[in-house]
Design a protein around this ligand. Structure first.
Ligand code: 5GP
Length: 179
């Protein structure tokens, strides 16, 4: 992918290469395979943004597991709307299960707080979070991000599943906005 990318009215520059992401995923998946051994976890992939990260990560998970998908939304353009809607819900019984939620990015954390509340009502044994990216300066919530590839500054990024108004998800590298 090129070093600079124009999407609609904004310019982005290459920020985290796919090679760097894959290195982190190898380390993360090794840790997860150890932690989750014998627990038969249910991975819940948060669509749309996490689809590429989840695909790369889950191909390296070797423990017996199940995979489900939910679609949540709180973002419009480059700023979080703060309103979380669960669009495609979870139709599985998760009582007593080990759950690992897979996210593309945790920004304020508000999207996950709301989803975690929904999950807790369903009485899982434990819920862990795996995220490709975290913006610590924007993070307003208290839950731990158990498995993380990169902490990044509070800047808008695209690529590797993340979009800018629908565009940019298809890049294997991550780009950040040029203000
Ligand atoms: P939060 O509720 O944590 O503020 O926002 C989480 C969701 O907002 C993420 O799953 C992602 O879809 C979107 N998001 C947050 N930061 C960014 C960003 O820098 N770029 C893009 N493309 N989406 C973001």
């Amino acid at each position: 992918m090129p070093d600079t990318w124009i999407l609609k009215d904004k310019s982005f520059k290459k920020y985290i290469t796919n090679e760097a992401i894959q290195e982190k995923i190898i380390a993360l998946s090794a840790q997860m395979n150890t932690d989750l051994e014998g627990k038969k976890p249910l991975f819940i992939v948060v669509l749309n943004g996490a689809f590429i990260f989840a695909s790369d990560l889950l191909k390296r998970i070797t423990v017996d597991c199940e995979i489900a998908f939910v679609k949540l939304s709180s973002y419009h353009g480059t700023h979080s709307s703060g309103v979380v809607q669960q669009i495609i819900g979870l139709d599985l019984d998760i009582k007593g299960r080990t759950i690992v939620v897979i996210e593309d990015i945790v920004d304020t954390g508000l999207t996950l707080v709301s989803f975690l509340e929904t999950l807790r009502k369903m009485e899982p044994a434990e819920v862990k979070i795996a995220s490709c990216l975290l913006k610590p300066e924007a993070f307003k919530s208290k839950f731990p991000v158990d498995y993380l590839c990169f902490s990044i500054p509070n800047e808008f990024v695209v690529g590797y599943g993340l979009d800018y108004d629908g565009l940019g998800r298809n890049s294997s590298d991550i780009y950040k906005i040029v203000e």
